[in-house]
Design a protein around this ligand. Structure first.
Ligand SMILES: Cc1ncc(COP(=O)(O)O)c(C=O)c1O
Length: 407
C-alpha cells in the first residue's frame, strides 16, 4: 500500500462490480458457453450488437472541423443548453442557469460540489443506479435512501415529511436526486398521486431549510407511453414555477445524451436550472466546470444544436426512439409472460433500460443464476435485469433459471 495514498482513499472499492460481471459473462461466451448477459447497460439489438441511432450518426458525419475541434465555452454553448432543455420542456425560452458536463455523471458530481458540504448526505430512492454511491464517495458525501414504492403502491406523504424533516434537522438543507420518469433500475414511472405527495413533502421540508430537487432524466426517450412522461415533466415544471418563487426550493435537471442519442462515449450532458436566473448560481457552476474539467466536449454540443435546427432529423429520430421503445416493451412483456407462466410475479415496465426482480437473497440468487449461464446485477433490493440487452427469445430460459435460483 503506497504511504502517499490517503487512508480515506485506501477504502475505495475499485472497479465497478458491473464491469467485472460483464467481463466474466463475455469470457464465458468467448469460451463457447451459451450465456445470457443481462448486466449490460446499453441498448443492444436482437443480434447482440450495440444500437447506434442512424439519425444521430448522420448528423455526426456532417459536423465540420470548427464544430468539433475548438474548446467549447466553459459552461457549455448556450444554444446547446437551450436545445437540450427544450427537448424536455419545449415551452421554455432557455435553459435558465446551467452548464454542460461530461454526461449526466458530471452533472451529478457538480451538484454535490455546489449544494452540499463534505460529510453531508444526498438523498435518493432505493434501488438506485449503482454509480450514485461511487459519485457520492468520490465527492466526500454520503448517500441516504428511502424506498421506491412497490409496483401498484405509492408514497405515504406523512412518512416522506418525517424522513425529510429528519435530514433537515441533521444538515439544515436537502439535495434529492430523483430519477423519474423511467427510473433505473425499476423501469417504472411515478404516478400523478405519487408525485403530488412527494412534491408536497418537499414543500413542507422547505419550511425548515433550502431544498434542491434534481430530476435525473437519463431514459425519457424510452417510455412505454410518452404521454405519461410529458405529464410528469409538466407536473415538475408547474412545481418549479410555483415554488421557486419563495426561494427555498430549487428545481433542476440532470440531462444526458448517452442513452437519448446513443452517444454514450461522447460524454455530454448538462446540469440545468431552467426556472431561475440567479447569477451567483451560474458563476458557481462555471467555476466548478473550470476547476473539474475546464469544459465539456464540443462535438456532441454541435450535434445537438444541428438537430435542433433540423425538423426532418427530429421526426426521424423520434421514429427511431419509438421503434426501440417498442422493442423494449416487447422484451419486458415476454419476460413478464415467462415469469407468470411459472406462477411468479410479472414485471411492470414503463420505461428505461432495466427492470428489477425480487429475490430474498439477491446476491445468492445472482450466483445461482450464473451457474445457469445467466448474468444479472444483484442489489440489496433485488436483481437488476437489463432488458436493453435481453432478447425476447431469451425470456423463457431466463425465467426458468430465475425460478430455479429462488429459494
Ligand atoms: C440513472 C442514471 N443517471 C445518470 C446516468 C449517467 O450517464 P452518463 O454519465 O453516461 O450521461 C446513468 C447512466 O447509466 C443512469 O443510469
Amino acid at each position: 500500500m503506497l504511504p502517499q495514498l490517503l487512508p480515506s482513499r485506501r477504502e475505495f472499492p475499485g472497479d465497478d462490480p458491473i464491469f467485472a460481471l460483464n467481463a466474466e459473462a463475455n469470457a464465458r461466451r468467448s469460451a463457447g458457453e451459451s450465456v445470457i448477459n443481462a448486466t449490460v447497460g446499453a441498448l443492444l439489438d436482437d443480434q447482440g450488437q450495440l444500437v447506434v441511432l442512424e439519425t444521430v450518426m448522420d448528423l455526426y458525419r456532417r459536423l465540420k472541423p470548427a464544430e468539433i475541434a475548438p474548446y467549447a465555452p466553459i459552461s457549455g454553448d448556450p444554444a446547446f443548453l437551450r436545445a437540450l432543455v427544450q427537448r424536455y420542456w419545449p415551452d421554455l425560452a432557455g435553459p435558465g442557469v446551467g452548464c454542460a458536463t461530461p454526461g449526466g455523471t458530471g452533472a451529478l458530481a457538480l451538484s454535490i460540489r455546489n449544494f452540499l458540504d463534505p460529510g453531508e448526505a444526498v438523498l435518493t430512492l432505493a434501488p438506485f443506479w449503482g454509480p450514485y454511491a461511487t459519485i457520492c464517495a468520490e465527492q466526500g458525501v454520503r448517500l441516504e435512501t428511502f424506498p421506491l414504492p412497490e409496483a401498484g403502491h405509492t408514497f405515504d406523504q406523512a412518512d416522506l415529511e418525517a424522513l425529510f424533516l429528519d435530514l433537515m434537522h441533521r444538515q439544515g438543507r436537502m439535495l434529492l436526486w430523483f430519477n423519474d420518469p423511467c427510473h433505473n433500475p425499476s423501469g417504472r414511472c411515478s404516478s400523478p398521486i405519487g408525485r403530488t405527495r412527494l412534491l408536497g413533502a418537499l414543500r413542507e421540508a422547505a419550511k425548515h431549510g433550502p431544498v434542491t430537487l434534481l430530476l435525473d432524466l437519463a431514459y425519457l426517450e424510452y417510455a412505454a407511453d410518452p404521454a405519461e412522461v410529458d405529464h410528469a415533466l409538466r407536473d415538475y415544471a408547474a412545481f418549479a414555477e410555483a415554488d421557486s418563487l419563495d426561494g427555498n426550493i430549487l428545481v433542476g435537471a440532470i440531462l444526458s445524451i448517452s442513452k437519448a442519442l446513443t452517444l454514450y462515449g461522447a460524454r455530454a450532458g448538462a446540469l440545468v436550472f431552467p426556472w431561475t436566473r440567479d447569477p451567483a448560481l451560474q458563476a458557481a457552476l462555471s467555476m466548478s466546470c473550470r476547476g473539474a474539467f475546464s469544459n465539456a466536449p464540443r462535438a456532441p454540443q454541435s450535434l445537438l444544436m444541428q438537430l435542433a435546427r433540423d425538423g426532418k432529423a427530429q421526426v426521424r429520430l423520434n421514429d427511431e426512439h419509438r421503434h426501440w421503445s417498442q422493442v423494449l416493451e416487447t422484451r419486458a412483456r415476454a419476460l413478464s409472460d415467462a415469469l407468470r407462466s411459472r406462477k411468479l410475479a410479472g414485471v411492470a415496465w414503463q420505461g428505461g433500460f432495466f427492470v428489477t426482480l425480487p429475490a430474498r437473497d439477491p446476491f445468492l440468487a445472482a450466483e445461482r443464476l450464473k451457474a445457469h449461464g445467466v448474468f444479472v446485477v444483484p442489489m440489496k433490493e433485488g436483481l437488476r435485469v437489463g432488458i436493453c440487452g435481453l432478447r425476447t427469445e431469451e425470456a423463457e430460459r431466463f425465467a426458468e433459471a430465475y425460478a430455479a435460483a429462488l429459494d
